[in-house]
Design a protein around this ligand. Structure first.
Ligand code: Z15
Length: 830
């Protein structure tokens, strides 16, 4: 091996410059220099992690060039900026994002191989940044990449959690949560900005004084915490534009009370610091459920207030006042989590900048847009008024005034119905406690409110926001979600990407509408064979991961049937498990039949406090043990629960999927985005008419998707009718047999009562209509089997899926936000 420095060029030439050169030699020299001077290691002692850091830092230099260029263009033009505020950014690993978008993957691979280092091994040691729970957080990450690709001058604002989503360990079939400190070995992608820090207040009181005969309000917080910026560059496709993800970290104003320390109270001396810094310690692990804790509200206000101070300061560097803020800034609220920003902006405009209330309100509304991600009533955020009054006293006053003016205006316009007034009020009364409805606040404070699929947006208009929609009919609009094809096709599935480029030309990488031409070749046996071989390789790779993590051996020629998502009753992993048991029973009854061999893969995390979801994980593991150990089914059915699902694991599972399970109770999954990733990678969907499944079906065609179950309308009718799950079960001998087996302990011989209450809950309530949809689901699965037996027909359908889902690119989604909500231009495609 070489000595550090020995092989460094004495004077770098322009094309092999250590910071900007993109030749094999330049990249190799750059990595060697980073290893020596930034990591401080000699090659002989360098671990994979050292090499990863050196490589990432070399790549980062190349990202920074575009970053500075983009910064300059944005600052010199009078461009409007977009601020995407989200409590979650589920970004995963970043090295291949940067390499792919800079077009440096192959060069870097060669550069490293000359040093005896394997780029694909380094890929695996990068920590997976899980600053999010599931779909909402991953959507924010896809949007960041697409905004950079489309050269929308955008900032993502969020929290730099020290601990991201917990690491899931499955012990004896039960989920256990362990902290995930993704930063423990340093983060090569971020730039600490200790000089960019803002004071964030909490608690205290409000004082009033008269200024020119009008009242002025001043908030005196009792506690302040500093928000410190950390910036991560986000590079777009082909490196044309680079944006910033700015995450806030909490820092105590006074790190240590020296008086207490000197008196010997060493722990007490740090108590304030611990409380302050708790704000950015950990991500709340709740997905599509509100966290409902005081610390969570502190997180929400902390990052909303820091982000607003930051963007206001940026505005005032260029303009004398804030009167033109809405022309220069669009702020998108990713769900209600940052909705307190509406109130904070009013406070800044009115209390600190002396703007008249009505002008401030007009600007606020024109600046904000709000994206809703769920209609589940139990998932809509509300905060107790007493908590708000204590933590944010001035904000509570502003909320009351916003609400009073809003209701007065409606009364003046002739609205009087008490039910309507109650539903459109920001304050909910009841159970002896007033609460602030964050969805209503976000709606009132925004000029556009959007849902995330066509069905979800329609249901928004009909249900939670029915009355507000009747009053403001043009505010709600649909923006069907999308995914970035760079990560979910090019990086995750290079084999499929190579075939697509070969058949369709390189332009498909820039414009996914070229995928449509693939449909002409859907029946081509040669193309089918190539795709099948690529998929088989991906399945063999996943098989290796399955064996390593679970010890279960799977056959890459079997159908890989995949359900990957957070564990939630509305997503109905238990419906899939009941069908698995029914299939198991059928195979045992007639083991000689030509069963289509299947591997059922489940992966996903349950919220730590969600008891039923954790029991569903245990059931999956219990069913897996019984089925996999049964010699009569060997080979025909395998069940796998893959632990610690995250973005990186998804990148391995999705390219290996044959069948995509999208089986939520209709009306409950706002969109889904895994459904899009799986279809793009050639998996066929079995699903309900829910979320974006509806739009996937419209595009791929009825013959190329397996739809079953009640529609959203039928679900609502069924709930009204007062369903009887017991009757449904009694009418289905197959389901009755499965229920009895689960309930009586066939899968839990060590604890025969384990699933008794769970089964009885399905019999007595079945809120998610698992029993109602069971028979139709079972029948749809047998249609899946039949198509699988005709491999030419299966691959035809698979090709049609890849061909017809180009529309679900997040570039398309961001283009729509830019046009309809933000009013900013986007860069034209190549
Ligand atoms: C979350 O991941 C989603 C909704 C939420 O309300 C929360 Cl708190 C978290 C998901 C939806 O469940 C999913 O259907 C959607 O595709 C995703 O947001 C992105 O819009």
């Amino acid at each position: 091996t070489q000595q550090p420095g020995a092989a460094l060029p004495a004077a770098a030439q322009p094309d092999d410059d250590l910071r900007t050169g993109n030749s094999v030699e330049a990249l190799r020299g750059a990595v060697m220099a980073k290893l020596a001077y930034a990591v401080g290691k000699v090659q002989a002692d360098a671990s994979d992690r050292d090499w990863f850091l050196a490589t990432a830092l070399a790549v980062r230099d190349r990202v920074v060039q575009g970053w500075q260029r983009s910064y300059h263009t944005t600052n010199t033009g009078g461009t409007k900026r977009v601020y995407y505020m989200s409590l979650e950014f589920l970004i995963g690993r970043l090295m291949f994002d940067a390499l792919t978008n800079l077009g440096l993957t192959d060069t870097m691979r060669e550069a490293l191989s000359g040093l005896g280092v394997d780029l694909d091994k380094l890929r695996e040691v990068e920590p997976d940044a899980a600053l999010g729970n599931g779909g909402l957080g991953r959507l924010a990450a896809c949007f960041m990449e697409s905004m950079a690709t489309l050269a929308v001058p955008a900032y993502g604002y969020g929290i730099r959690y020290e601990n991201g989503l917990f690491r899931q360990v499955v012990k004896d079939g039960w989920q256990q949560e362990y902290p995930e400190n993704w930063l423990s070995f340093g983060n090569p992608w971020e730039f600490a900005r200790p000089e960019i820090a803002y004071d964030i207040g909490f608690g205290g009181h409000v004082e009033t004084h008269q200024v020119d005969g009008a009242p002025r309000y001043e908030w005196f917080p009792s506690e302040t915490v500093e928000a410190v910026a950390y910036d991560t560059p986000v590079v777009g496709w082909r490196g044309h534009h680079v944006n910033t993800l700015r995450l806030w970290s909490a820092r105590a104003g006074d790190p240590l009370r020296l008086d207490a320390f000197n008196e010997g109270d060493h722990v007490g001396a740090m108590a304030d610091r611990v409380k302050a810094e708790a704000i950015s310690k950990v991500l709340y692990p709740s997905d599509a459920t509100p966290a409902g804790q005081e610390l969570r509200l502190r997180q929400e206000y902390f990052f909303a207030a820091a982000s607003l101070q930051d963007l206001v300061r940026r505005h005032l560097k260029k303009y004398p006042d804030l009167s033109n803020l809405a022309d220069q800034a669009a702020i998108q609220l990713n769900d209600t989590h940052p909705a307190i920003a509406v109130v904070e902006l009013m406070r800044l405009l009115v209390d600190l900048h002396g703007m008249a209330w009505d002008d401030a309100w007009r600007i606020t509304q024109a600046t904000f847009g709000y994206t809703n991600h769920t209609l589940l009533p139990e998932a809509l955020e509300t905060w107790p008024v007493p908590l708000m009054e204590r933590m944010l006293p001035r904000h509570m006053q502003i909320i009351y005034l916003v609400n009073a003016l809003h209701l007065d205006k409606l009364r003046a316009e002739g609205h009087s119905d008490v039910d309507v007034m109650r539903s459109v009020s920001i304050i909910a009364e009841g159970w002896g406690q007033q609460r602030v409805k964050m969805g209503t606040l976000a709606f009132i404070g925004s000029h556009r409110i959007n849902g995330v699929s066509a069905l979800h947006t329609d249901l928004m208009r009909q249900t939670v926001f029915r009355d507000l929609n009747a009053i403001y009919p043009d505010r709600i609009n649909n923006k069907t979600n999308g995914i970035t094809f760079r990560r979910w096709l090019m990086e995750a599935n290079p084999a499929l990407t190579a075939i697509l480029v070969d058949v369709l030309g390189k332009a498909v990488l820039d414009d996914p509408s070229h995928l449509e031409k693939l449909a002409q070749h859907a029946g081509d046996p040669a193309l089918q064979a190539r795709l099948k071989a690529a998929k088989r390789d991906n399945k063999a790779t996943l098989g290796g991961i399955i064996a390593a993590r679970t010890g279960i051996q799977v056959d890459p020629d079997a159908m890989f049937d995949i359900q990957i998502k957070r564990i939630h009753e509305y997503k109905r992993q238990h419906l899939n498990l009941l069908e698995t048991i029914a299939l198991y029973n059928a195979i045992r009854a007639e083991p000689w039949r030509d069963w289509a061999p299947r591997v059922k893969v489940f992966a996903g995390k349950a919220a730590a406090s969600y008891h039923t979801a954790k029991l569903i994980i245990k059931l999956a593991n219990d069913v897996a043990r019984v089925v996999n150990d049964d010699p009569t089914v060997r080979g025909k059915l395998k069940v796998v629960f893959l632990p610690n699902y995250n973005v990186s694991l998804a990148e391995r599972i999705i390219p290996a999927a044959d069948l995509s399970e999208q089986i939520s109770t209709a009306g409950m999954e706002a969109s889904g985005t895994g459904n899009m990733k799986l279809a793009l990678n050639g998996a066929l969907t079995i699903g309900t008419l829910d979320g974006a499944n509806v739009e996937i079906k419209e595009r791929v065609g009825d013959d190329n998707i397996f739809i079953f179950g009640l529609t959203a309308e039928e679900v609502a009718a069924r709930h009204r009718s007062g369903l009887s799950a017991r009757e449904t079960i009694a009418n289905s001998p197959r389901l009755a047999e499965v229920m009895e087996a689960v309930s009586s302990g066939v899968f839990s011989p060590d604890d025969t009562d384990r699933y008794r209450d769970f089964a009885n809950a399905l019999r007595d309530h079945d809120h998610f209509l698992v029993t109602a949809d069971f028979d139709d689901y079972y029948a749809a699965q047998r249609r899946v089997d039949a198509l699988w037996r005709d491999q030419a027909a299966w691959w035809r359908a698979s090709i049609m899926n890849t061909a017809r889902v180009g529309w679900f690119s997040s570039d398309r989604t961001i283009g729509e936000y830019a046009r309809d909500i933000w009013d900013v231009p986007v860069r034209a495609a190549e």
